[in-house]
Ligand binder design. Structure first.
Ligand code: ATP
Length: 277
C-alpha cells in the first residue's frame, strides 16, 4: 500500500447468495482526500462501505483500511473510523442531547472531553436550541444533521458517509454540505450518492460504480477527458448528426450528463458496449 493511501482495495468481491454485489471493485483513498462514490441503486456502493467499515467480510480481493485488513479484525480500525449510515441510526424516543451522550459513551468518551464533544456536535449541527427535544419531533434535515455528528463525536480520521442527504430539503442539504466541508483538513472521507451535483460540490475525486464494479475513476476534469466515456446524448447524435455530435461533445460535462437510473447518463463504451443505456 502506498503510505499516502488510507484505503486500498483491489478486486473486491462480495456475494449475497445468488447475488454478486461486488464483482472485483478497485479503489483507493488518499490521506485527506474527499472521494465521491457515485452510482445508481444497486451499484454496490453501500456494500463497499460495509466491507471497509468491518461490518461484513469480503469474499475475494484485497483490502487495506488505514494499514489493516478488515477481514483479520476490526479493533485497529473502528476507533479511527466514523460511519454515517444511510438509514438513520439515532433514537427517536430520546432527545438530541440524550442521543449524543449515549453515542459519545459508546465511543468511549468520558469526562470533560465527552462534554466538549457533545457541545461541539450540538453547535455544528445547529441543534443547540433543540438539545432537550425528542428526536421524533425533528424535521428530516435535523435528524440527518444529528445522524452526521453522531458519527463524528470521537474525532475519526476516516469518515464514511452513505447518502447523508436522503430526504432533506435544499436548505438542510446546504447545512449538511457546510458541515462536511468543515471536515476538510481533518479527515479522509468517502461520500456515496447518486446525485452528481453533490459530488461536484464536495469531492476531490470520483469513483463511478455500476453493477458491482468501479467503472471509471478520476477527478472531474479527468473524467471529462477520458477516452471512451461519453454523454449518451453525444453517442446518439453520432449516429444521427455527426456535426452536432462534435459540438455536443465539446460542451459535455459529466455532471450535466447525470440522469438517475440510466447507466448514470454516461456511456461507458468499454464496459457496456455501444448503444447500451
Ligand atoms: P443504493 O444506492 O440503493 O443504496 P448501492 O449502490 O449502495 O445501492 P448495494 O446496497 O451495495 O448498492 O447493493 C448491491 C447489490 O447487492 C444489490 O443488488 C442489492 O440488492 C444486493 N444486496 C445488498 N445487500 C444485500 C443483502 N444483505 N442481502 C442480499 N442482497 C443484498
Amino acid at each position: 500500500m502506498s503510505s499516502s493511501h488510507v484505503i486500498e482495495a483491489s478486486g473486491l468481491e462480495r456475494r449475497y447468495g445468488e447475488i454478486q454485489a461486488l464483482k472485483g471493485t478497485d479503489l483507493h483513498l488518499e490521506k485527506g482526500e474527499f472521494l465521491g462514490l457515485l452510482g445508481p441503486n444497486g451499484a454496490g456502493k453501500t456494500t463497499t462501505l460495509r466491507l471497509i467499515a468491518c461490518l461484513e467480510q469480503r469474499d475475494g480481493g484485497q483490502l487495506s483500511v488505514m494499514g489493516h485488513d478488515p477481514n483479520k479484525g476490526s479493533t485497529q480500525i473502528l476507533g479511527r473510523l466514523g460511519v454515517v449510515p444511510q438509514e438513520l441510526a439515532i433514537y427517536d424516543n430520546l432527545t438530541a442531547l440524550e442521543n449524543l451522550n449515549f453515542f459519545a459513551g459508546m465511543h468511549g468518551l468520558t469526562g470533560t472531553h465527552k462534554v466538549d464533544r457533545v457541545q461541539w456536535a450540538l453547535q455544528v449541527s445547529g441543534l443547540e436550541d433543540r438539545a432537550g427535544d425528542l428526536v421524533q419531533g425533528f424535521s428530516g434535515g435535523m435528524k440527518r444533521r444529528l445522524n452526521l455528528v453522531v458519527g463524528l463525536l470521537h474525532e475519526p480520521d476516516l469518515v464514511l458517509l452513505d447518502e447523508p442527504t436522503v430526504g432533506v430539503d435544499p436548505q438542510s442539504r446546504n447545512h449538511l454540505f457546510d458541515m462536511i466541508e468543515g471536515l476538510r483538513g481533518q479527515v479522509s472521507l468517502i461520500y456515496t450518492t447518486h446525485m452528481m451535483g453533490e459530488i461536484e460540490r464536495l469531492c476531490d475525486r470520483i469513483v463511478i460504480m455500476d453493477e458491482g464494479k468501479a467503472v471509471v475513476q478520476g477527478t472531474l476534469d479527468e473524467l471529462q477527458h477520458l477516452p471512451g466515456v461519453k454523454d449518451q446524448r453525444v453517442s446518439q447524435l453520432e449516429l444521427e448528426d455527426p456535426q452536432r455530435a462534435a459540438e455536443a461533445e465539446e460542451t459535455w460535462h459529466p455532471m450535466s450528463a447525470a440522469r438517475p437510473r440510466c447507466g448514470l447518463g454516461v456511456h461507458f463504451l468499454g464496459n457496456h458496449g455501444e448503444g447500451s443505456p
